[in-house]
Design a protein around this ligand. Structure first.
Ligand code: GTP
Ligand code: MG
Length: 203
């Protein structure tokens, strides 16, 4: 898919104030600093469309971008940010869970996982929560440039095996990406493009 335009629309702290046009929407969720905002910039080919930072906790609101004037990308705040209190670390921020439960335009979430890390309880819990609430999602492994090809393969296999050991009957669809090298860009964009085309055919 060619990205002809990518524009920031608005930032919100509540799902009720999000844009109302009925465009298909894809949102990025995951731990703080995993690379959500960087991935949005990589996919759209716009270097500073979404704000990124080396320090966790940069994205604080629900940020809507409109792509090709036809579909939304959404940058969300991360969870598991170490400096918040223990209590709020355990429960996901309410406006995030509200967003996932209420946002009618949402077609699929992408849950981002840093490819270097072992499976983390908070990510497994969030996947379980999405499963229980019937929210479709795919996994995006980020920062693949930090590992060699064999290590990438091993890490991904280990991660997916852990999911199947747990509550999942089959592993969710997954992508391997790097925002610095552009790895995985075509695969993620094609995935979105195919869903969008199918949606158009069913209307
Ligand atoms: P929050 O908004 O705080 O939740 O973080 P985020 O998930 O949006 O992460 P962000 O995109 O701001 O990136 C965090 C840090 O990781 C930045 O220093 C990025 O440069 C770096 N980073 C993101 N993606 C990649 C990648 O693919 N490769 C490498 N090497 N670094 C990356
Ligand atoms: Mg961010």
């Amino acid at each position: 898919m060619k990205i002809k335009s990518a524009d920031f629309l608005m930032s919100n702290s509540s799902v009720d104030k999000c844009p109302t046009a009925p465009f298909p929407e894809y949102s990025f969720i995951g731990r703080s600093n995993v690379g959500k905002s960087s991935l949005i910039n990589m996919l759209t080919g716009r270097k500073s469309l979404a704000k990124t930072s080396g320090r966790p906790g940069k994205t604080q609101l629900i940020n809507h971008f409109i792509i090709n004037k036809q579909w939304y990308l959404v940058d969300l705040p991360g969870y598991g940010y170490a400096r918040v209190s223990k209590k709020s670390k355990k429960t996901f921020q309410k406006y995030i869970t509200d967003y996932f439960l209420k946002r009618e335009q949402l077609i699929s979430a992408f849950l981002l996982i840093d490819i270097r890390h072992e499976p983390q309880t908070i990510d497994l819990d969030f996947m379980e929560w999405m499963g229980e609430n019937g929210i479709p999602f795919a996994i995006i492994f980020t920062k693949a440039d930090k590992l060699k090809p064999l290590a990438i393969q091993r890490k991904v296999e280990e991660y997916l095996a852990k999911l199947i050991e747990g509550i999942w009957e089959e592993a969710p669809k997954h992508f391997i990406t790097s925002s610095s090298s552009g790895l995985g860009r075509d695969e993620v964009l094609n995935y979105i493009d195919n869903i969008n085309k199918n949606l158009n055919n069913t209307i």
